[in-house]
Design a protein around this ligand. Structure first.
Ligand SMILES: *[C@@H]1O[C@H](CO)[C@@H](O)[C@H](O)[C@H]1NC(C)=O
Ligand SMILES: *[C@@H]1O[C@H](CO)[C@@H](O)[C@H](O)[C@H]1NC(C)=O
Ligand SMILES: *[C@@H]1O[C@H](CO)[C@@H](O)[C@H](O)[C@H]1NC(C)=O
Ligand SMILES: *[C@@H]1O[C@H](CO)[C@@H](O)[C@H](O)[C@H]1NC(C)=O
Ligand SMILES: *[C@@H]1O[C@H](CO)[C@@H](O)[C@H](O)[C@H]1NC(C)=O
Ligand SMILES: *[C@@H]1O[C@H](CO)[C@@H](O)[C@H](O)[C@H]1NC(C)=O
Ligand SMILES: *[C@@H]1O[C@H](CO)[C@@H](O)[C@H](O)[C@H]1NC(C)=O
Ligand SMILES: *[C@@H]1O[C@H](CO)[C@@H](O)[C@H](O)[C@H]1NC(C)=O
Ligand SMILES: *[C@@H]1O[C@H](CO)[C@@H](O)[C@H](O)[C@H]1NC(C)=O
Ligand SMILES: *[C@@H]1O[C@H](CO)[C@@H](O)[C@H](O)[C@H]1NC(C)=O
Ligand SMILES: *[C@@H]1O[C@H](CO)[C@@H](O)[C@H](O)[C@H]1NC(C)=O
Ligand SMILES: *[C@@H]1O[C@H](CO)[C@@H](O)[C@H](O)[C@H]1NC(C)=O
Length: 763
């Protein structure tokens, strides 16, 4: 099904290299510097970096030294600079005082309106009123820009910009201090130097602007997190209603670092680092980064490096798990100091209705967006709809097909409409991606389930040549689909490549068929001339800003919570059951129960996260202890922490995290495994409380909690416990066993997933 694959690429923003561009000869590098080695004569680090580079280039007189040049200097997100260097200059730089290490400048992946209600948000109770819709919180996004004229950026009724905001720039269309910014969109900056250095042949009139001209991704993600309320939003008749971001009173600051084309958007490390560097100095509270590098060490990963600095400053960072699912270990952004967001479905579906000649009405999935006015149309059943010999018989008819194999639905649809039918009814369990594909290429098709399929077949059999469909209608939006949510198959799975000792993803949020704002001059479907102010997109790029929005609400309600406390609150209160009260299912694994390697701790529940009872907190030294235990070189640790004196006296992989994962070698010999975790919880509830532990067991293992009762006398008191996993059972390769540890005080349920798995996966 080639068409499905194409669509998947479009909707999840998976991209490949830019084909239309040639690479420069010298290479771009990110250079980490040790600030403590800076001579006193320099008044700031930028001057020092420029001086170092000029010394390096003059010592190489016989080479073409002048070609080496600085792209950016950094002072917040990392200490150092990026530069275009000849191989010789790169080598001599390594002997400069203060040089720590360098990494190549790498390209990375860019990974309604109704979802606030789906998440339980409402104006009367919970996270919306408690945070005043996140009104003093600034959400920064590293993305493809914004379309400032979008109604989702209007600032009606918003209070003055918080005085903590230092951002001055609003760069649109070759001008600064543009009037495009207001009390909602408070900053807009672009970072293109690394991109232009890497792709010197790229020419576009749109390189000096934060305007979201080529892709629309950033307009969509930023309004998902913090867009203003817009009435009358819809997508060609579907998903009609009021569109609103999760934190509709929070402010948006856009840092554009994604360039290229809609077909092939691309971001470069040097630009990403510059963008985060600026966001940190401007003073954002929350960062949303729907981008990531696959299969890369933490110290080489621009997202991991820059977000460590953000965490130190108390900034919460939401990142996307990636769209590489459903295979194991497909996840990126595994840094332990960010939250990693998987994607699921919501309970909203797009439908079409049909009425049979006998007056019976049926409903099924559809995405047809044209006008359908035919009535009393003859209908025929053609079973698998393969190999139609004649074309004529289907003219002015509706054809019903049944697939015994979901993967043939795509060829059935094309057979039916190539044969001249006016409509198609498909008895099929059609995949979501295929519906999106039909949205781009509209045909009047309705996909019904087996049960309704029997009704249609029965009717046609009884009435033979006089069978008719009275009417078909489309553009019906249905809520309450069951079961939902489900983890979607594209969502990347753990364990994390860069740090498997911390369970990732952390959490799931809505990512499938999300309606949000879209640039009015960018086609909603690649390669078409269809324009709309809203678009429906699918991917972890869409789930990530949902969690950034929830973080803005939590930070608004609890300004003193650390990023780790906010993450813990979301994880331990998340839902593990769907709307049928059954464990959340995984579309990518035959609709079996989703494991924490797909779902994380659960599906985000903002109202419950407001009052988690206990949190698992962590600070800078905890993450340093982890980096030390990963056996990184001091150089590697410095590249992440920006400090040349990292305290590695207590290395530990046992981070104070609200989840647990341990690996057991698969094998047939009986090897006894014991693993102990140590955790400390902080009471963020009011006053005295007594929490009792319970464990949902994992077959073949004994899990104990010591002590299994925690008595808190006051708010902010901390208590520690031990979780011990013992077992003899050898797991099969690729087996993921899991259970939960739950602390309960009668009021709060503080739940953590526990995973036992084999260390290696067959990918
Ligand atoms: C240095 O660059 C100039 C201009 O690009 C070129 O003409 C010259 O041949 C180069 N010299 C060396 C030694 O590569
Ligand atoms: C963008 O700005 C750069 C640096 O100011 C300038 O050299 C370049 O010509 C500008 N490009 C366009 C298309 O305006
Ligand atoms: C969406 O459109 C349908 C059909 O026109 C209408 O019945 C429904 O009330 C609309 N929903 C909202 C939320 O406006
Ligand atoms: C579509 O069909 C369903 C079930 O037959 C019915 O409940 C619903 O009202 C219909 N919707 C419209 C817009 O006709
Ligand atoms: C459907 O009909 C409406 C109203 O007549 C018209 O505005 C619209 O363009 C039509 N849509 C299509 C896809 O033909
Ligand atoms: C379904 O169709 C695909 C593609 O034609 C084929 O590879 C697969 O074996 C079929 N499965 C079943 C159960 O028939
Ligand atoms: C139905 O139509 C077909 C083709 O026109 C014809 O051969 C057949 O006799 C008809 N059956 C009945 C019951 O009218
Ligand atoms: C077809 O169905 C729609 C929705 O139920 C209804 O609004 C429309 O009037 C119907 N058309 C005819 C010709 O019956
Ligand atoms: C780090 O090195 C020690 C000593 O060689 C080893 O026991 C440990 O397993 C290593 N840790 C990791 C995470 O590789
Ligand atoms: C990480 O350590 C290795 C081994 O010492 C070194 O080659 C590499 O440059 C380091 N990378 C960074 C970014 O520090
Ligand atoms: C263990 O033995 C069973 C049965 O002989 C076999 O199927 C399985 O692959 C073995 N597992 C491993 C990890 O070797
Ligand atoms: C679990 O504990 C029980 C009681 O101490 C013991 O009999 C059993 O062997 C243990 N099971 C495993 C898998 O360690």
């Amino acid at each position: 099904m080639a068409s499905n694959i194409c669509l998947y690429l479009l909707f999840s923003y998976i991209t490949t290299i830019l084909h239309f561009i040639t690479l420069a000869q010298s290479d771009n590098y990110i250079i980490h510097m040790d600030l403590s080695a800076m001579p006193k004569v320099f008044s700031n680090q930028h001057m020092w970096y420029h001086s170092i580079l000029s010394q390096v280039t003059t010592t190489n007189k016989n080479l073409n030294a002048t070609s080496s040049k600085i792209i950016y200097t950094y002072s917040n997100a990392m200490n150092g600079f990026s530069a275009n260097l000849s191989p010789q200059d790169h080598e001599s730089l390594k002997n400069s005082p203060g040089y720590v290490s360098s990494i190549p400048d790498l390209p990375l992946k860019l990974d309604t309106t109704h979802t606030p209600q789906f998440l339980g948000l409402n104006p009367y109770k919970g996270a919306w009123p408690a945070s005043e819709y996140g009104k003093d919180i600034i959400v920064g996004l590293i993305d493809s820009g914004v379309w400032p004229e979008s109604e989702s950026f209007k600032d009606d009724g918003m209070t003055e910009i918080p005085s903590k905001w230092k951002g001055k720039l609003c760069q649109f269309d070759n001008s600064d201090h543009s009037s495009f910014c207001n009390k909602k969109l408070i900053g807009a900056r672009y970072f293109n130097k690394g991109f232009l250095e890497t792709y010197p042949d790229f020419h576009s009139p749109n390189t000096n602007t934060t305007r979201d001209v080529v892709d629309g991704h950033g307009t969509h993600t930023s309004t998902t997190a913090a867009g203003s309320k817009v009435d009358g939003a819809s997508f060609f008749g579907y998903a009609n209603g009021t569109a609103t971001g999760i934190a509709s009173m929070s402010r948006v600051a856009m840092y554009k670092a994604i360039w290229g084309s809609e077909k092939e958007p691309v971001g470069i490390s040097s630009d990403i680092i510059a963008a985060v560097d600026a966001a940190l100095s401007d003073g954002v509270d929350v960062l949303s980064m729907s981008i990531g590098y696959d299969n890369i060490a933490l110290y080489d990963d621009a997202v991991a490096i820059t977000t460590f600095a953000a965490m130190e400053k108390g900034i919460f960072v939401s990142t996307s798990a990636g769209n590489g699912g459903p295979s194991f270990q497909s996840l990126h952004n595994g840094a332990p100091w960010v939250i990693n967001v998987a994607a699921g479905t919501s309970d909203r579906e797009f439908h079409g209705n049909l009425t049979l000649g006998n007056g019976v009405s049926l409903t099924g999935l559809s995405s047809y967006r044209g006008n359908f006015s035919a009535t009393n149309i003859p209908v025929v059943f053609k079973d698998r709809c393969e190999n139609f010999q004649e074309v004529i018989p289907f003219k002015n008819k509706i054809v019903v097909c049944e697939d015994k194999n979901e993967s043939v639905v795509s060829s059935q649809v094309s057979n039916v409409f190539l044969a001249g039918a006016v409509g198609g009814v498909f008895i099929s369990n059609v995949p979501q991606q295929y519906l999106s594909h039909l949205l781009k290429n509209p045909v009047p098709a309705i996909f019904i389930n087996k049960k309704d399929g029997e009704i249609v077949k029965d009717y046609i059999q009884k009435n033979s040549n006089s069978s008719k469909i009275q009417n078909m209608s489309f553009m019906i939006t249905v809520f309450g689909a069951k079961p939902s949510p489900k983890v979607d198959s594209y969502s990347s799975r753990g364990p994390s490549y860069s740090c498997p000792y911390v369970l990732k993803p952390d959490i799931t949020a809505p990512g499938t068929s999300i309606l949000a704002a879209w640039p009015s001059k960018v086609p909603v479907f690649l390669g078409t001339e269809d324009y709309n102010n809203f678009n429906v997109l699918t991917g972890t790029s869409m789930s990530c800003p949902h969690v950034a929005g929830v973080a803005a609400l939590l930070k608004g309600a609890h300004p003193d919570w650390s990023p780790a406390a906010i993450r813990s609150a979301m994880m331990t209160t998340s839902d593990i059951l769907d709307n049928t009260k059954q464990p959340i299912k995984d579309i990518g694994n035959d609709n079996k129960d989703a494991t924490p390697l797909a779902l994380g701790a659960g599906h985000v529940n903002p109202n419950r996260a407001l009052d988690p009872g206990l949190v698992y907190d962590a600070g800078v030294q905890d993450y340093v202890n982890l980096l030390c235990a990963l056996n990184f070189t001091q150089q590697n640790i410095t590249a992440i922490t920006r400090s040349s004196s990292n305290d590695c006296s207590k290395p530990s992989l046992d981070l104070n995290y609200p989840s647990f994962i341990t690996f057991v070698e698969a094998g047939n010999t009986s090897v006894r495994t014991t693993r102990e975790f140590h955790r400390t919880v902080t009471n963020v509830g009011e006053g005295k409380s007594t929490y009792v532990a319970s464990i949902t067991p994992i077959k073949g293992f004994n899990i104990s909690v010591i002590p299994d009762k925690l008595v808190f006398n006051e708010k902010n008191m901390k208590l520690s416990f031990k979780l011990k996993i013992e077992g003899e059972k050898v797991t099969k390769k690729n087996e993921v066993s899991f259970g939960y540890l739950t602390w309960n005080d009668g009021k709060h349920v503080v739940r953590s997933p526990i995973v036992v798995s084999t260390p290696k996966f067959d990918l």
